[in-house]
Design a protein around this ligand. Structure first.
Ligand SMILES: Cc1cc2nc3c(=O)[nH]c(=O)nc-3n(C[C@H](O)[C@H](O)[C@H](O)COP(=O)(O)OP(=O)(O)OC[C@H]3O[C@@H](n4cnc5c(N)ncnc54)[C@H](O)[C@@H]3O)c2cc1C
Length: 330
């Protein structure tokens, strides 16, 4: 079977030697939801470069892929932006997909613009939302614009595929419980692939570094608690959670950028997000309002953070965290 004539949405599967980046599963899930809304539903097609296995086939199917196009060359096992750009651009020329989604990871952010330039189409980078245009059913892709002061929804009506990179954590990865496996076909690319990039060594990621994007529980600090951050860390540790922060503390040099939640930081969706001394500016809530439960502590009863909170506590965060710490100690 060959999927041609544009009836499909490509999702690039970002992986490290077979370990799939979560954002690719999030995009498969969202693509499936979007394609189902079309009158003539299009197929979700996962794009895989490198060695492929039956386990991967099943996993991609579980998260929404109807079909998988693979290019199983050994020299594609290790990510190389030049080689990956060439092969994916050739795939696009061969299959004419209607749209293509790529995770806004370090790799995706360098890969997507190169592909879009190669195939002469537009790219909406760093999207925070995807919808379908009511009349045309083109993708309506939303991203921050003008320095983040407003959101722009962008449609690419004249050039295909409609391409977007989407930040990790914006969508939820969910399995669909498929009864049948997705179909698979091989994209035969036999030409030599050249790249000026030579990988000298790969260093293991420091696993001790904060990974708030995947955290299930986050205690987040704003300017209102800048003088009692040890309390915030202590409560987070007691609850087995991670510490995050608003940009105010990052700009103030108190927290590292790696901790920042929001439009220009991480998008998080933990089970519980405790916002301590955070006002709730839209640039902050854009990165945390999809958390399952939000508890906000703020001295100002009119603080906008209470608009997104499930439970609001009006009071001094230091005093409240101290009480919580005592109870957790006990
Ligand atoms: C382009 C752009 C991008 C941005 N991106 C981001 C982003 O990604 N993430 C982000 O967070 N921000 C971002 N910002 C900044 C954002 O607009 C806010 O300025 C920032 O989120 C404010 O941080 P804050 O809530 O900690 O501080 P403040 O707004 O100063 O709020 C402090 C809050 O603490 C409360 N408070 C004070 N004392 C106490 C106390 N003892 N106990 C309890 N509460 C107390 C106050 O009532 C107040 O509500 C961005 C801004 C722009 C222009």
């Amino acid at each position: 079977m060959k999927y041609t004539d544009g009836n499909n949405c490509f999702v690039y599967i970002d992986h490290d030697e077979g370990t799939i980046n979560q954002v690719s599963l999030e995009l498969l899930t969202e693509a499936k939801h979007l394609m189902k809304r079309l009158k003539a539903p299009e197929k979700v097609v996962a794009i895989w470069l490198g060695t492929f296995t039956d386990d991967i086939l099943k996993m991609l199917g579980d998260y929404g892929a109807d079909h998988i196009i693979t290019c199983e060359r050994e020299d594609l096992n290790q990510y190389d932006v030049m080689k990956h750009t060439t092969v994916i651009s050739e795939m696009i020329d061969a299959y004419h997909p209607q749209s293509m989604l790529i995770g806004g990871t370090v790799k995706g952010r360098e890969l997507a613009p190169r592909i879009s330039a190669r195939v002469h189409t537009g790219l909406t980078a760093d999207a925070t939302q995807i919808d379908l245009d009511g009349e045309t059913h083109h993708l309506a892709i939303t991203r921050p614009a003008f320095g983040g002061n407003l959101y722009a929804t962008i449609i690419t009506p004249d050039h295909f595929p409609q391409m977007a990179t989407i930040r990790p954590g914006v969508f939820e990865a969910k399995t669909f419980g498929h009864t049948s496996l997705p179909t698979q076909e091989t994209f035969q690319y036999d030409k030599a692939l050249h790249s000026p990039i030579e990988v000298m060594a790969i260093e293991e990621k420091d696993t001790k570094r904060t990974n708030i994007a995947d955290a299930k529980l986050i205690v987040s600090a704003g300017r209102g608690v800048k003088n009692c951050l040890n309390l915030v860390s202590d409560v987070a540790a007691h609850l087995n959670g991670e510490v995050a922060s608003s940009r105010a503390l990052v700009d103030g040099g108190i927290m590292s950028k790696n901790h920042q939640v929001g439009q220009t930081g991480h998008t998080v969706r933990p089970s519980l997000y405790i916002a301590c001394g955070i006002s709730g500016a839209v640039q902050h809530t854009a990165g945390m309002d999809k958390s399952d439960t939000i508890i906000a502590i703020n001295t100002d009863e009119n603080a906008p953070i209470f608009d997104v909170a499930d439970l609001g506590i009006v009071g001094d965060a230091q005093a409240i965290l101290k009480q919580l710490q005592k109870q957790l100690d006990a």
